[in-house]
Design a protein around this ligand. Structure first.
Ligand SMILES: [Zn+2]
Length: 284
């Protein structure tokens, strides 16, 4: 009798584990963006000259864009995301938003030709105080790309972590840059990416007051209609130089699950008596 019960319990546990796995796969990897969210991929540099934790090689970037192209993904613009977030407007099938932070010159020289090759668009978040400086985009680069369908967002004037600033400084960092970008582009700038992902309630309300639709963090996860638009998730694809295809694929397909695992890891690592278990929780 006991052995029989054990057998049934084991079977039930197996079925439950399978159901949980299928749910996670559906939730993280399904094409139904209204249920599973929109992945917003976060890149920085694309080049083969030097390697930092923010760099992706051109062959790696090409492989990732080819995967998205060949598998029916559609890159969306900030205007499409804005319509989805504010009016629940429909998006194309398998939407993905490509974002680049900081505005490096290699976005123009190396990433843009690859984006054009696969007929994709992207959004570059500009630090206005660094435009025209060595290794950064010029206003001329920005205007050429903008005319050809690349979008631009704000990454503040000087890239200071916003939550470390006082209210007046926050306002300057997010409005002077927005005005300058809009003057050069002749288009409105609806989104900001927070330098180092740093934000708090003051930052969120300043961003709203400055007329932005929303702000991107570096918190892992996807974007859903109904999210707090001042703290939108992204999927980092640059982390610690792990720019292999498998790494990209896992983050793209399971970004929601990755986000939960990262949050759980951070929670356990930050909780007294639980810290020693943090290393057991993966950060994919
Ligand atoms: Zn940055």
């Amino acid at each position: 009798m006991k052995r029989w019960l054990f057998f049934v319990l084991k079977g039930l546990a197996g079925i439950l584990a399978c159901a949980a796995f299928m749910f996670l796969y559906w939730y993280g990897g399904s094409e139904q963006y209204r249920l599973t969210g929109v992945p917003v991929l976060n890149y920085h540099q694309v080049n083969d000259q030097y390697h930092t934790s923010l760099t992706m090689t051109t062959p790696d970037f090409d492989t990732q864009m080819k995967y998205l192209h060949d598998n029916g993904y559609h890159t969306i613009t900030p205007a499409q995301l804005k319509a989805y977030l504010t009016e629940d407007a429909p998006l194309p099938d398998k939407p993905v938003m490509l974002t680049f932070d900081d505005g490096y010159i290699d976005n123009y020289v190396h990433a843009w030709p690859i984006l054009k090759k696969y007929d994709m668009t992207a959004t570059i978040f500009i630090i206005t105080g660094l435009v025209d400086k060595p290794r950064y985009l010029s206003w001329d680069n920005i205007q050429k790309m903008s005319a050809a369908g690349i979008s631009f967002g704000d990454h503040t004037v000087s890239h200071k972590p916003l939550s470390s600033l006082n209210t007046q400084q926050i306002q300057y960092e997010i409005t002077a840059s927005k005005t300058q970008l809009e003057n050069h582009l002749g288009k409105t700038v609806d989104f900001i990416a927070y330098p180092e992902g740093s934000y708090d309630d003051r930052v969120e309300s300043a961003v709203k007051a400055a007329g932005y639709t929303g702000g991107f963090t570096v918190n892992a996860g996807r974007v859903f209609h109904g999210d707090d638009v001042g703290a939108l998730n992204r999927v980092a694809v640059f982390e610690s130089g792990q720019s292999t295809f498998r790494h990209f694929y896992i983050r793209l397909m399971l970004s929601t699950l990755c986000g939960y695992l990262w949050k759980l890891h951070a929670f356990v690592a930050g909780t007294l008596h639980l810290q020693r278990y943090a290393s057991a929780i993966p950060e994919p």
